[in-house]
Design a binder for this molecule. Structure first.
Ligand code: HEM
Length: 538
């Protein structure tokens, strides 16, 4: 036995060749170094001055602690660590991506409002980009997306609203008729989410492409909704591991996920193309359809047809799940604890402002009942259906007043759920559903941004204004027609922290629970539903 074979033991074939052995050892070292580097490195190095939560693992970083693995809400998870580490800002690693999270109302404002331009970018999302292609909510503001955003904002300015009123009233009618009939005029409790979704989807189609559906079970509409949901599934959140751990992009599970997204996106594009062709024909025939797509497509908007379609599709996608999820989660607050009392005060406020029996006509045309305004603000504040808004990235270096510098390219999240429950802004009752805070605490209405439900800063939801009006009108119509009651067999979640059932996705859908919609005046409601059914089916 020579001296080499003693040392190398299990590799006898190398034993006779010292050069071959040292070459293999060096190769092994290099591979190990590469693997080690790959396992621990991040796109942006650790940022000085911002605490990192402990427990990172090689390759995954902190992903295994987030909703994609734990099934628990990331907003609540970060809030706990922010308190534990005594810092409003936190940093974590999602695979090889460094992420900074703002966890208080003030830190959200400083990062995203004071530094609005510097935080206007969106991080890249591998699956979405490769399989679906970007939309407004997922792309940084380059020349195309800036133009789309500007056109989208213009299309929902208050001066456009008069053209939306008839659609809004019609969908308000549809909601009341569906709730009355499916709930057998208060005799049966029902799961309301689907009915809210139908109304929001119809409304979204009306105001984006001037398309309407008499029957919510229309197969074309159902196919569109199914595809839209599949696309939402591949938007980057802590469940899309392959966005952050590149090697996983080879894994069949993530490829399957992407391919599903791509097929859904192709189907959606084909369906939208039919709609756009129809709209173009109407425009060329001199018609003036009242909708976002038509107003964007008009020649003076300076957008290419591609940009116009993209902008309208983003608006359609942005509105379909947010409005019903908020409304439905909000019903939870209105039917438990002090909720029934809030409903009665809201009803009294409606009657005070419209004593002549014509209140329903005013549901969408003005926001004259302060109690309903307070109700929708609280629904938006308390139930963070987009618990960390949509992800942002630093478009340039961000300099904070504490002296911390966040490098360009860092992914940035606003913990909207924590900011919306920050006791230093909303007081000791921050964790409760209490619409009256908006009536009694005048400082809250002077905050600039009253809550973070629509995001804040340069990428704030372009439709927040009309979304407020839609929520106002639909809450108004429900409170006017019904007393909403909980079903003891199927009660709503008690806290905003566990209201959702998809915490691993960008949009946390409300958990299903039942509501009994008891008519305030059954005979009158039956007459109203009969009138509605002359024109609207399901
Ligand atoms: C209650 C209803 C709604 C909520 C809570 C909501 C919330 C949000 C949030 C949090 C963002 C990301 C903001 C940010 O990055 O800071 C957003 C973006 C967006 N929303 Fe809304 N939204 C609602 C309704 C709507 C409606 C009705 C539309 C269209 C008619 C819409 C269209 C969009 C679009 C296109 C974006 C992407 C904007 C961009 O990235 O520049 N949203 N929304």
């Amino acid at each position: 036995m020579d001296k080499y074979s003693l040392k190398i033991g299990p590799f006898p074939q190398l034993a006779g060749d010292p050069y071959l052995f040292s070459g293999a050892a060096i190769a092994l070292l290099i591979v190990s170094a590469i693997i080690f580097h790959y396992a621990y490195s991040t796109d942006i190095p650790k940022i000085a001055g911002i605490p990192e939560i402990p427990g990172a693992r090689p390759f995954l970083g902190h992903l295994h602690l987030h909703a994609g693995a734990s099934g628990k809400n990331d907003g609540a998870f970060w809030a706990v660590w922010s308190k534990r580490l005594g810092s409003d800002l936190l940093q974590v690693r999602w695979g090889n991506r460094r992420v900074v999270i703002a966890n208080s109302f003030d830190s959200v404002k400083e990062l995203f409002v004071t530094n609005a331009a510097a935080t206007s970018a969106r991080p890249r999302q591998y699956i979405f980009e490769k399989y679906v292609g970007y939309d407004m909510g997922s792309h940084s503001l380059d020349e195309h997306f800036k133009a789309q955003r500007t056109a989208a904002i213009k299309s929902v300015q208050p001066r456009q609203w008069t053209s939306f009123y008839s659609s809004l009233n019609r969908e308000g009618d549809r909601l009341i008729a569906n709730l009355a009939e499916q709930g057998d005029y208060g005799k049966r409790s029902i799961f309301p989410l689907k009915m809210m979704q139908i109304v929001a989807m119809n409304l979204a189609w009306r105001i984006t492409f001037d398309k309407s559906f008499d029957d919510a079970n229309d197969p074309w509409l159902r196919e569109y909704i199914d595809n839209a949901c599949l696309i939402t599934k591949v938007r980057g959140a802590s469940n899309t591991y392959s966005d952050f751990v590149p090697i996983l992009r080879l894994h069949p599970k993530y490829r399957r996920m992407g391919v599903q997204g791509r097929m859904a996106s192709q189907k959606r594009s084909k369906m939208l193309d039919e709609v756009v062709q129809g709209l173009k024909l109407r425009l060329s025939n001199g018609e003036e359809p009242n909708c976002i797509a038509a107003s964007i497509m008009k020649e003076d908007s300076h957008l290419s047809t591609w940009d116009a379609i993209k902008a309208s599709t983003s608006m359609l996608q942005g509105s379909t799940e947010t409005v019903p999820s908020h409304l439905c989660a909000g019903l939870g607050g209105m039917i438990q604890g002090d909720g029934p009392g809030f409903q009665e005060k809201a009803y009294a406020d409606i009657l005070k402002h419209f004593p002549n029996g014509d209140a329903a006509e005013h549901a969408f045309t003005e926001e004259s009942c302060p109690y309903i305004v307070a109700l929708y603000k609280e629904v938006l504040r308390n139930y963070a259906i987009l618990p960390f808004s949509l992800p942002r990235a630093a478009a340039e270096e961000v300099h904070l007043k504490s002296g911390i510098t966040i490098p360009k390219g860092t992914a940035l999240y606003m913990n909207s759920e924590a900011a919306n429950h920050d006791e230093s802004t909303y007081g000791p009752t921050a964790h409760l559903f209490d619409p009256e805070r908006w009536l009694t605490d005048s400082e809250l209405n002077g905050l600039g941004t009253p809550h973070c439900a629509y995001g804040v800063g340069a990428r704030v939801c372009p439709a927040w204004n009309i979304a407020n009006r839609i929520l106002y009108g639909l809450l108004f119509r429900m409170v006017l027609a019904f007393q909403l009651q909980a079903d003891p067999e199927d009660p709503p979640p008690e806290s905003y922290e566990d209201f959702g059932c998809t915490p691993d996705m960008v949009l946390n859908s409300p958990r299903p629970f039942k509501v009994r919609f008891v008519p305030r005046d059954e005979a009158k409601l039956r007459d109203e539903v009969e009138r509605i059914r002359m024109t609207i089916k399901g």
